[in-house]
Design a protein around this ligand. Structure first.
Ligand code: KIV
Length: 275
């Protein structure tokens, strides 16, 4: 019983929300990566990554779809179970896929699946002002929530492509309001995708909860990238914020260690990765 507490004084105690809050307070950058199977989960853990995300990006990098829209709850549960078996120290977050949270009740039962079947410690959902009630409902039921704002890939067909968000003053102000609203609704982490670096910095400074960026500049509390992108496993043109950490690395583990180091010491993201 309470093995987490027993491991508190071990050299590699498991990461939990308290750890992530402390890291923000102390200015230690939080290194996230996606993973989709047990072998990579073990490697990512060995490299010192703090948080592992079973992202619905698996629809693109594993299943070969053009978007994340076809990913189902069963897909995420399957990959989350595999990742959970490979992890020791990192905190495991799983994505709520497209249309798995259209109502409060469905959101809650799907979040419970990700935690009970998939082994996730937190769920992430693409959220705007329209999802405030859902985030509040999940938080009220003690589900740890990461709210994903900025570019929300599940809306790709509605928005008409993958575009940087919050460039205009009005859109930036709305995003800041949404971020505060989501924190107030009970989100424990806010993830910002593809926003100008100045907006990323402002949101991270104003919020109490950790703010994690992907293409959101250096002045947020941590970074996340897609594993297959940083290991250069995905062919074709990469988003501007991606860095190929395999370049000059003797092994995938060395590349992952270089990513963690670059996030921790602030070398990644560099100006060329920012909007
Ligand atoms: O699905 C995913 O991998 C994500 C990250 C890109 C943040 O949401």
């Amino acid at each position: 019983m309470y093995t987490q507490l027993e491991q508190r004084h071990s050299p590699r105690p498991p990461v939990n929300l308290g750890t992530l809050r402390r890291m923000k307070a102390e200015g230690e950058k939080i290194a996230w990566l996606t993973a989709y199977d047990a072998s990579f989960a073990m490697l990512v853990d060995m490299a010192g990554v703090d948080v592992v995300l079973v992202g619905d990006s698996l629809g693109m990098v594993i299943q070969g779809h053009e978007t994340t829209v076809p990913v189902t709850m069963d897909d995420i549960v399957y990959h989350s179970k595999a990742v959970a078996r490979g992890l020791g120290r990192p905190f495991l977050v799983a994505d709520m896929p497209f249309m798995s949270y259209p109502t409060r009740e469905l959101a809650l039962s799907n979040a419970v699946r990700l935690m009970q079947e998939g082994g996730a410690k937190m769920v992430k959902l693409e959220s705007g002002s329209g999802q405030l009630g859902i985030v509040e409902f999940l938080a009220r039921h003690d589900i740890p929530v990461c709210a994903h704002i900025g570019l929300r890939p599940q809306t790709v067909h509605k928005v008409g492509g993958f575009k940087v968000q919050g460039r205009e003053a009005e859109a930036a102000a709305q995003m800041l309001t949404d971020a505060h609203g989501l924190q107030e609704a009970g989100a424990d982490i806010v993830l910002l995708e593809c926003v100008p670096a100045t907006l990323g910095a402002q949101i991270a400074k104003e919020l109490e909860v950790p703010v994690i960026g992907i293409g959101a500049g250096p002045d947020v509390d941590g970074q996340v990238l897609v594993l297959y992108d940083i290991l250069d496993l995905t062919p074709g043109r990469k988003p501007r914020f991606v860095q190929n950490f395999m370049e000059g690395a003797p092994s995938p583990l060395a590349a992952l260690e270089a990513y963690v180091k670059a996030v921790k010491d602030g070398a990644y993201p560099a100006p060329e990765h920012c909007f």
